[in-house]
Design a protein around this ligand. Structure first.
Ligand code: KG4
Length: 338
């Protein structure tokens, strides 16, 4: 029997999960959204401090839920990157302390591998597989030909798609995080504002979102200067069509060119209703299976970190206690952490 305790603290959620032979015994998430909402985005210094305040509370609650004690745990897993440096440090120091005290292995987990493997709580993987990783900090297309085998074929050259949603929402006076409110407004609107996709090579799998963000900011400012109202629903719909259109276009082109059996959506933006609908339509009659994560695992949590850690435990991918965080860790380097 293998029991893993996993810690996630890469952004604005402090989370602890415990699994026993793959079964989720505890899944505790303390979100800081209400605090960062005031600033219209995550304040890194405040986020780190709140992780430090919340981590022991989450640990205690996870142990209570699982009815286990720390002596029962076989390995301590933690998100090592990518993420906000100060935030990652809190989780890592907690995991290192526990690993040292209880003489158990320390397992370093890549945050995006976690988002991808969260889908195993929804279904099995069939390779080759395309992972559409769309979150607040990352936008990547990743091909997996086997378990824990990641090849990045496309990524954002500037802003992440979720970051773009959050910045556009801020300009429109919508609350943080902006993804859900824009998604909700877009359902009521028409694509009447002219917004363009970035000019990029037609065969690229890369993304760019900063130009789209600037177009919205300029358009909103121009309307305000003219004294014209911003039609919120139409603006949200016009923006969402372009932002999500880029993801669907690249994902489907990659899926066909790489001959994948399955596409999985991962990360916070995979909660987007329009992305889910458009991807469902796009895979119709292609024979490609689409895996859509349950909403609870689209946001940051430690259950997804535990899922990856189980695999790393079997492979004995353990780190020394000198391990440091890596805010820019690439998913293809998931087993390199010296
Ligand atoms: O995965 P996540 O917690 O961030 C990182 O780990 O980087 O995702 C958070 C992001 C935010 O930018 C949020 O606005 C976005 O996911 N998001 C959405 C939706 N729900 C959350 N974006 C578009 N549509 C949604 N329904």
């Amino acid at each position: 029997m293998t029991r893993i305790l996993a810690i996630e603290s890469s952004c604005d959620e402090t989370a602890v999960a415990i699994t026993e032979d793959g079964k989720l015994l505890a899944n505790v998430v303390a979100t800081q959204i209400a605090v960062h909402e005031k600033y219209g985005g995550v304040m890194p210094e405040i986020a780190s401090r709140l992780h430090a305040e919340n981590i022991t509370v989450c640990l205690t609650e996870a142990l209570r839920q699982s009815k286990l004690t720390l002596e029962d745990i076989d390995a301590f897993a933690v998100t090592r990157g990518p993420g906000l440096i100060g935030c990652l440090h809190v989780g890592l120091q907690a995991a290192k302390t526990l690993a040292a005290l209880y003489h158990k292995p320390l397992i370093p987990v890549h945050h995006l591998a976690g988002h991808i493997y969260a889908n195993q709580y929804a279904g099995e993987f069939h390779y080759p597989m395309l992972c559409v990783v769309v979150s607040g900090g990352n936008t990547e297309l990743v091909i997996m030909k086997d378990d824990m085998d990641f090849e990045i074929i496309g990524e954002t050259l500037d802003d992440a798609v979720g970051e773009c949603y959050d910045k556009v929402a801020r300009v429109l006076g919508l609350p943080y995080p902006g993804g859900l409110p824009i998604d909700q407004h877009a359902k009521l609107g028409q694509h009447t504002y002219e917004l363009h996709k970035p000019r990029m090579p037609h065969d690229t799998y890369d993304f760019s979102y900063s130009g789209l963000k600037t177009q919205v900011i300029n358009l909103v400012n121009t309307l305000k200067m003219k004294g014209e109202p911003v039609r919120m629903d139409d603006m949200a719909k016009s923006f969402q069509d372009v932002a999500i259109g880029m993801v669907v276009d690249r994902a489907m082109r990659a899926a066909k060119n790489y001959g994948v059996k399955q596409i999985v959506l991962a990360g916070g933006v995979s909660a987007n209703s329009y992305l889910r609908e458009e991807m469902k339509k796009a895979v119709e009659h292609t024979g490609i299976e689409l895996v859509i994560p349950p909403l609870w695992c689209t946001t940051d949590n430690a259950a997804m970190i535990a899922k990856v850690a189980e695999k790393l435990y079997v492979r004995k991918v353990f780190a020394p206690l000198t391990l440091g965080v890596d805010p820019n860790w690439r998913i293809s380097d998931w087993d390199k952490f010296d």
